[in-house]
Design a protein around this ligand. Structure first.
Ligand code: GLN
Length: 512
């Protein structure tokens, strides 16, 4: 089946004229029509626009005119990246009707590369969450077991690839949102170095942690997509001006004498024994390929979850202040609200309660409050409250500033560990996909699920999740590799070595 081919294989066939972009696009659209009713990875699919774009690419190719690097390959985009004129909801009622007037730089680069923008994928509201259950539009279902979470927040992106509904997906990763869903859905996902991919047009969650990155079925495909979206962008002051290597040229070259470091703090208590066993096997595979494995330590790792859950909500509370109901996004019914406010004022005047009258909202403040209260979900509100508290006068030093200091220590731990080894290796998630509904009432359990992924965000380093096995219940397990800043090439080569020696990435879920 065409949809079983990797993006790299599809591209070779498209370039050789053996496949047409229209047929490739149609094949994926058919899969979406067949399976997305159950999986719900996509929030929107624009069939006509995708086919028109594909036809235009075919026509250009037929005339021998130049086409872009991804010409004719469908790419799904997480509904958190602005796409000109298209709904960009961020999984939130707040932005349910928001159509940005511009493209995110990553989206613009996909367009310039002639990728076919096939649809927009579901996510946790504003990317806050790890199970997709925080989406205002209902959760995505894991293609390996529809009763389970695909992970989050880029759950739609990962599930769409796993279900063969797109060969390539764009996600974002603030604390694991590319890698965790990749692991739980049995696909490959990479979080680049902070600054490697422009964040311009990515709706901000936590600006010092957010990165856009690729998901696909193979390491080669992830390399291909990264090559297109990476690079300096004057519109994002944090994007770094460094040349982008041709990752696809080197990805298949094994790393000689590879030295792997197992993070001691990531293999102990709390790790599911089946994941620990899969990791041990993965290490044996690496040894058989000539790698050496030693233990390394991230002594401040035990503070990572606490640090992340101070920094990320602090930045979120500040970033989300822009949703005030005045400029754009959801606005409460102002006529009704004003009438109510008038009625309250009259009643208080009548009863002579001067203090209550004094503290009554102005219409403007009431509009802000109502607009936010009515359109933001409970997890987003929780983060805004946590962050506002951590940043407030009197607590700033004790929480936010302290967290920044610990973040620096974590980065130093990582730098030190990566002096003696080439890559860090470990699990991605503490367990395979859990059941939808299982953790919704336990935010702390949800936060602890991020234990292994947030280090890379706090330290700003690149990290990848690749399939490395299955649980006895048939659920995918991911292996995480992490590299020094801007060593995506090393990361991809190290991942590709493992992929070449194993077949986990070739397994696909039965979808009936
Ligand atoms: N699960 C983490 C959180 O809820 C990570 C989210 C992300 O990477 N966007 O913050």
């Amino acid at each position: 089946m065409l949809t079983e081919l990797s993006a790299t294989e599809l591209l070779a066939q498209l370039e050789a004229g053996r496949l047409k972009a229209v047929d490739v696009t149609q094949a994926y659209l058919d899969r979406i029509a067949r399976h997305d009713g159950a999986v719900r990875a996509f929030l929107r699919v624009d069939v006509e626009a995708a086919l028109a774009q594909a036809a235009e690419i075919d026509a250009r190719r037929a005339k021998g005119k130049p086409v872009g690097r991804l010409a004719g390959l469908p790419v799904a985009v997480k509904d958190l990246l602005c796409q000109r004129g298209e709904l960009t909801t961020c999984g939130s009622r707040m932005l349910e009707h928001f159509r940005p007037p511009y493209d995110a730089t990553a989206v613009a680069r996909l367009r310039a590369a002639d990728a076919v923008l096939i649809g927009r994928t579901n996510l946790d509201e504003f990317a806050m969450g790890g199970s997709n259950e925080n989406s205002a539009f209902g959760p995505v279902h894991n293609p390996w077991d529809l009763a389970r979470t695909p992970g989050g927040s880029s759950g739609g992106a990962a599930a769409a690839v796993a279900a063969g509904m797109t060969p390539l997906s764009i996600g974002s990763d603030t604390g694991g949102s590319i890698r965790a869903p990749a692991a739980l859905c049995g696909v490959t996902g990479l979080k680049p170095t902070y600054g490697r991919v422009s964040r311009y047009g990515l709706v901000a969650f936590a600006s010092s942690l957010d990165q856009i990155g690729p998901l696909a079925r193979t390491v080669e495909d992830v390399a291909l997509l990264l090559e297109v979206i990476a690079g300096h962008d004057p519109l994002d002051a944090t994007s770094v001006d460094r040349p982008v290597p041709r990752y696809t040229d080197s990805v298949a070259r094994p790393l000689e004498g590879l030295r792997l470091g197992v993070v001691r703090e990531h293999v102990g208590e709390g790790l599911d024994p089946e994941i620990a066993a899969a990791m041990e096997e993965a290490l044996d595979v690496y040894r058989s390929l000539g790698a050496t494995v030693r233990e390394v330590s991230l002594p401040h790792g035990k503070y990572a979850v606490a640090t992340y859950y101070l920094i990320a909500p602090s930045e979120a509370s500040s970033n989300l202040a822009r949703y005030d109901g005045a400029h754009y996004g959801y606005r409460t019914d102002v006529a009704r609200m004003t009438a109510q406010l008038e009625a309250e004022r009259k009643a208080l005047t009548k009863s002579g309660d001067a203090a209550a009258l004094e503290s009554l909202d102005t219409a403007l403040v009431r509009m802000y409050r109502r607009s936010r209260a009515e359109s933001l979900g409970p997890e987003v509100k929780r983060r805004i409250m946590l962050g506002t508290y951590a940043l407030s006068a009197g607590y700033y030093d004790a929480y936010y500033l302290k967290a920044l200091k610990v973040r620096r220590l974590i980065r130093q731990d990582v730098d030190r560990a990566l002096e003696s080894v080439d890559l860090l290796v470990g699990p991605v998630t503490p367990s395979p996909a859990f059941r939808l509904g299982e953790k919704v009432n336990d935010p702390l359990a949800m936060y602890l699920f991020d234990l292994y992924t947030i280090t890379a965000n706090l330290a700003g380093i690149p990290a990848i999740s690749i399939p490395c096995g299955f649980s006895s219940g048939g659920l995918p397990i991911g292996l995480q590799l992490q590299a020094p800043p801007f060593e995506e090439e090393r990361l991809l080569r190290g991942a590709c070595m493992f992929q070449s020696a194993t077949a986990w990435h070739t397994r696909q879920p039965e979808l009936g």
